[in-house]
Write a protein that binds this ligand. Sequence first.
Ligand code: SAH
Ligand code: AVI
Length: 332
Amino acid sequence: MDYSEVSTLVHPLFRVSNFLSTQSNEDLINEVYCGLTAKQKYISSKFFYDEKGSSLFEEITCLPEYYPTRIEKSILKTNTQKIIGEFEKLDIIELGSGDCSKISILLDAIPLIKMAQIHYIPVDVSETAILKSADILSLKYTGLSIHGLLADFLKHLYQLPCDGNRLICFFGSTIGNLDRKQSIDFLLNLKKLMLPGDRLLLGLDMVKDKQVLSNAYNDKQGVTALFNKNILNVVNDIAETNFNLHNFEHLAIYNEEKERIEMHLKALDDLVISSKLFPEKVLLKKGETIHTENSHKFSKEHISYFGSISGLQIKETYTDDKQYFSVVEFEF
Ligand code: SAH
Ligand code: AVI
């Protein structure tokens, strides 16, 4: 485990610490090659979020078919006062923070006079996401102190600040992009770091009609297809591969048994993928797929299980009329 901060960017209004460059490019290339030579080929979904990928994801959140963002925001708006509660000093940590639209809903409910009592810590692998949101928030909320962490929430949780009451936000159902076992391990690791007075606010996309789910990942405008295919551009940049996006079709299928959307890229032809950085060429047969993402969906049973397995208490479950999405507040 590497405990060292690689670099810190000091801006007049905020600070960003980078913990990411501990993973060398060689490790990343190796990770990509392992995935592309597995029986079921795969690319880790963390590679979606370069600058273009983050901006395509923002477009997805505005699509009529992609209900999770709209509903989660409306749940937050309805319950802000209850969520924020009373505080003297509050550290708001946002994991996989992305753009700042959800945290702004909470910050909007805090009187300006109390803003200096808030410390906001966005944590993301995307540098552009952290810098953009720190820029916007530091201008909008005078007095708010911001310390961004360019870090992987699966590896660098131990870097989270631990002074004062913490509200840890993990929105967007991003936990659903982890395997079921990974999500339990993640919660157990988080619980180990939590202290009395800390809370976790977890956004979960719920199991629902499969057509609604399928439509959310197969939008008519094809933005999700562009987002999915962009992962090949990211791999081309990292591993100097020769993926041509036109040779692939976007697939997003709901797996009812596993209660998850599975995204793949299907080869439209026999393909040879080469890179001077790979030990050997990678062969793809026409029709073969590269698995790029799982998006697990949740039920009330999953929520109770998260509570019992992690040892965190469920304080409140906020939801919408159709129970499409839940924001669960856990306390230590
Ligand atoms: N929380 C926002 C963004 C969700 S998109 C929302 O609810 O709309 C997922 C975000 O998690 C992206 O910004 C991506 O860069 C980030 N992310 C993905 N894997 C990550 C990881 N392992 N560590 C830190 N951030 C990660
Ligand atoms: C970030 N994450 C929760 C999104 C999801 O719904 O699984 C990513 C996404 N993939 C396709 N559309 C959106």
